[in-house]
Design a protein. Structure first.
Lengths: 636, 636
């Protein structure tokens, strides 16, 4: 059936179900949703069940939007909104988009604007005609979040066209008589970096992740030239598990080389992705390196991004439904569940995950309606890769900080901007609040503050504890007074030239560049200071050399080469990893409901992937295999 | 380097090596060969080592051709040829092709025209300028062979262009920095029928076989729509292991859908392929079925076919060399050895093979210069699939024939035209010649005679015994008097209406169509007659039903339905298979030199493929796996 006929059919079915006197102006697929335009949005607002029932009957996600005719002028609408919501919602901004009949309301307490079961929101809809969309006023000003919202607004017309194209593509007719499912490994198998898979059926192609291996010039990019992924414009969707560069760093390249489809990811992943991509371009430019794409390609990606929340079952291709589940690795990180065909097959691609609680996130989800095949990360898949518990790690860190302060020293922690930094921040804030360590400043330098701002924007992606603290107790630990963003050269100079006991969290995490180097040069010679590693240090990095015991560190500076005397106490605190350790990886599969039939391992060095696959087979009698880049396995 | 520069470079190098006074007019890649055009072909003919040394230095196959200026007029040339060769060569035809400066000489004894180490041929070259090419006068008139030779002659201009394109393509520059080898299973894995593989590297794509599953409408064709093989015009070469339809029946389809490259196979495979493809179209038309290609596509394929002999190392892509080795399955059947990159990897794809002597062929070759990966057929891969020896089978058949003759009965043998028929013919001829069975006529009906004619055209592809018989003793068993081709309806009627003790070999092999049915109807009621099965009878065929013991056979005829009373003695003679039995499959790998690292199984039902893979792993500690259609495995 032609798509126009499908839509006119749907329109008729909807008209049969709505109350008398409800005019449906048009229906249209926009992205994965079916949008119903009506002159009587009130009728829908009054009867919340109509949309729910329609969605059930038509087996698709439905959004109701007002016909432009019924929209109240913006100035009047703002007054009516203010009259409707409780005072302590604290409204900070409004944006009206006549294209979709939507008003975006920024509020410090979006929950109050929404009301119980969306009651207040329905009230607003009735009064103003516009569909209200509520977003949280970022509690810490994030340039990234602001820029992205602004970009989305100014590109709304383009986006509407994109969503229409995507929607019609998703709802096209299936034509093949064959039924099969294949997965092609394009990168990240028996290695870490450049993660990339292609899931394909006779109808559709979906790419999962498209990372860059920043540590390698030779094996930097996934095998995007393989025939399975070419031409790129025949790919239906790109799904991103999380925002680390080794999972999304080359997404802009796809747009450069002809991909025109959507990106599906969570909202925090989207924002963090843009932040990290632009930073990647910046850093490379400073190093005189060339990156194979430009910032315009980053914007192309953003324009095509469709944000999904956890547990939302979403059509992303005619025969593929995607559901994201919490992965517990970094903010917005998602385990991707694909339901293929009408009950034909279910694949779970984990991306990176933590199957255990952390300060920031709930443990990764491993319960699904159905699952036959799992593709799991294996970073700590080797049988020897048991990590200390988070509690031990925290205690260890606290004691190191206490000791150093007692010696009037400074604690320098090289850290990745996203994930570990925020985990360590929460640990320190908690210890300071509870008086376990003295009330010293915790300086945040590099991209850490901006990444933290994104965390603060999306508390619904943090764990229960943190959400309660923020929403019920009004205590946002990221806003604690101890945290001092280093937002100027002057402040950095002051910290260096007039040192007082403090903790400094600074990028980069492996000490190969970034502001951490300036602090290191200044503080290395004093044996009262402590250098604390909380993350993995790869071979060839300065971090690794220092761990090995180097005492004279040659560094290049503005004045040529210099040698830094390294006298600081060096400490390694394991246990803060956002990855599951060996036991957690095994448990994740063991306790999965339902039990999968087959597990493939990836994302780990060769030994780790093979060790995990072999142990899972021996212990749980599952069919397992360590995947190899460039192979295509058949699932059904 | 551009191809023109490569050629001009080569020309210079050749000019340095040839004797003074030798003018090289031009050099050109034609197919896998480098052709050197010269005004002085004599100089090359006098010095056989020049070409050999050049080939070694330049690492390519070299052919010397005369510049058109030096060619003696055809009439004079014929006289000179006749004067040069021994009388008993018996020249039967000449064809001059001025495009390539070649004269094709048809002789009953081509060896005499060639002379010791090619001496006579060089003599001829010197006298006439033309490059002589000697082919055997077909000892039995084969319409197929004649038509193919005629077709090749009339299309020589097209072919020259094709060969030039192919040659330049093979010798293009390699550009990828990556090094990998992959194999995609497009059909014939865990099944028999539609055999098809794709071997690919970053530089090249080679398809091995492209069969049709004649027994299945749903799974008739290989997965040619997979992205790995699309677009078809990016495939460098199609390699055919042998001429059975399940290995080559869809090659014409490739040309219909845009493939423009060469087919590599042996000469008998080429001729048999055309015969079987045209017959496939014919039979389908009679059955009212539609085949997805036309005879023009068969001709396209033929025009693009480059015949290779056994043991000739041939460049078929910039980074792939192909060598065919005897497979012992049917005439011209070849085991394909691929040498990839400069020592990067060696894959052997067996196709169907017999690792044991038969009346017709030597056992399959399993010694290679190097081999890491083997992909082996598994038709009889199940541990239970042990076949009787050929000797037992022969004895069995002889006794059945003797017994039937003694009863004044008729022996009817349904048989496939290619392979088993000729094997049984030789057995019968031998027994008649030796007086083991009486001198009765052996009637050959259906395509058997034409297939036999092709066997007789290529005695160099038969085994040592047969070659000796034919070449040294002048005894061609296919020409024995006992064999009577049924070449008219009248003769068939006569055999049926006036029955005498005889053997009738008739197609089809599973009694689902063909002339065998007419004999069956006539001879079924008489219990003195014998029906002998020498090949596998698939489920659903009449042959299988008779084996199960059906006594009343409903058949459709011109006068509507009729029921045939089945009283014949039914005998099954196993052991004539052209496939290796279980033990031979195991031995083929066990005794392979050198030992491969990894064996993949295919071409067998699921149980057979898995059983063989698992046994090979357990017994010989090799990495093994039964391949699945639609997967792509990485070899390096």
């Amino acid at each position: 059936m032609a798509i126009e006929d499908v839509l006119s059919d749907l329109k008729k079915k909807i008209e049969e179900k709505v109350p008398d006197g409800t005019t449906i102006t048009s229906v249209e697929f926009e992205g994965p949703q079916l949008v119903v335009y009506t002159e009587n949005p009130k009728n829908f607002a009054d009867n919340g069940h109509i949309v729910r029932n329609l969605a059930k009957t038509l087996r698709t996600r439905i959004v109701v939007r007002p016909d432009p005719k019924v929209l109240v002028p913006p100035e009047d609408a703002i007054e009516k909104i203010k009259d409707t919501v409780p005072k302590d919602s604290i409204l900070t901004n409004f944006h009206f988009d006549p294209d979709v009949g939507e008003v975006v309301i920024e509020a410090e307490k979006p929950g109050l604007v929404i009301g119980k079961h969306g009651e207040t929101l329905r009230e607003i809809t009735k009064k103003i005609g516009w569909t209200p969309k509520v977003v949280r006023t970022p509690p810490i000003k994030s340039r990234t979040v602001n820029n992205i919202r602004e970009f989305m607004r100014t590109n709304h017309k383009d986006r509407k066209e994109i969503l229409k194209t995507v929607g019609r593509n998703i709802h096209r007719e299936c034509t093949s008589k064959d039924k099969w499912v294949r997965v092609t490994s394009l990168g990240g198998c028996k290695e870490v970096g450049r993660s990339c898979f292609l899931l394909s059926t006779p109808e559709s192609k979906v790419m999962i992740d498209c990372g860059v291996n920043v540590g390698s010039d030779d094996n930097m990019t996934p095998y995007l030239y393989l025939p399975e992924v070419q031409p790129l414009n025949q790919i239906d969707a790109v799904v991103l598990t999380h925002a680390h560069l080794d999972h999304q760093g080359l997404v802009p390249l796809l747009y450069k080389y002809g991909y025109e489809g959507p990106i599906y990811c969570t909202s925090p992943t989207r924002d963090m992705m843009v932040l990290l991509q632009l930073d990647y371009i910046d850093v490379a430019a400073k190093d005189g390196k060339r990156i194979p794409y430009e910032s315009s390609n980053v914007r192309d990606g953003l324009k095509h991004t469709i944000a999904l929340g956890f547990e939302e079952v979403t059509d992303i291709a005619p025969d593929i439904k995607l559901t994201f589940h919490n992965a517990g690795h970094i903010i917005g990180s998602a385990i991707s569940h694909f339901h293929i065909g009408d009950g034909l097959h279910n694949v779970v691609i984990t991306g990176d995950y933590k199957y255990g609680p952390t300060r920031l996130f709930d443990p990764a989800v491993n319960k699904f309606p159905r699952v036959e095949t799992v593709i799991t990360e294996s970073t700590y898949g080797a049988s020897s890769a048991i990590q200390p518990s988070l509690k031990e790690a925290e205690k260890n860190l606290q004691q190191i900080v206490k000791r150093t302060i007692a010696n009037n020293g400074i604690v320098l922690i090289p850290a990745f901007a996203v994930g570990r930094s925020q985990e360590v921040m929460i640990v320190l804030e908690d210890a300071i609040r509870k008086g376990i360590i003295d009330d010293i400043p915790v300086y945040l330098d590099g991209m850490i503050w901006e990444a933290t701002a994104i965390h603060a924007t999306y508390p619904e992606y943090l764990n229960n504890n943190l959400r309660k603290l923020i929403f019920q107790k009004g205590q946002n630990p990221f806003l604690a007074e101890c945290f001092k963003p280093v937002d100027s050269h002057d402040l950095r100079k002051k910290i260096i030239n007039d040192p007082h006991p403090c903790v400094i969290l600074a990028t980069s995490g492996m000490m190969n560049a970034g502001p951490v180097m300036e602090y290191f040069k200044a503080f290395a010679p004093d044996p009262n200071n402590t250098l604390v590693f909380v993350g993995y240090q790869a071979d060839g990095t300065l971090g690794r050399r220092i761990q090995k015991g180097w005492k004279e560190i040659p560094l290049s500076s503005k004045n040529g080469a210099e040698v830094v005397q390294m006298n600081m106490d060096v400490q390694v605190v394991d246990g803060f990893s956002g990855h599951s350790d060996r036991k957690q990886l095994m448990d994740f599969i063991k306790k999965m409901k339902p039990q999968p039939e087959r597990v493939f391992t990836e994302h780990g060095d060769e030994r780790s992937c093979i060790d995990l696959a072999s142990s899972l087979h021996k212990k749980y009698r599952l069919e397992t295999r360590a995947l190899t880049n460039l192979e295509t396995v058949r699932l059904v």
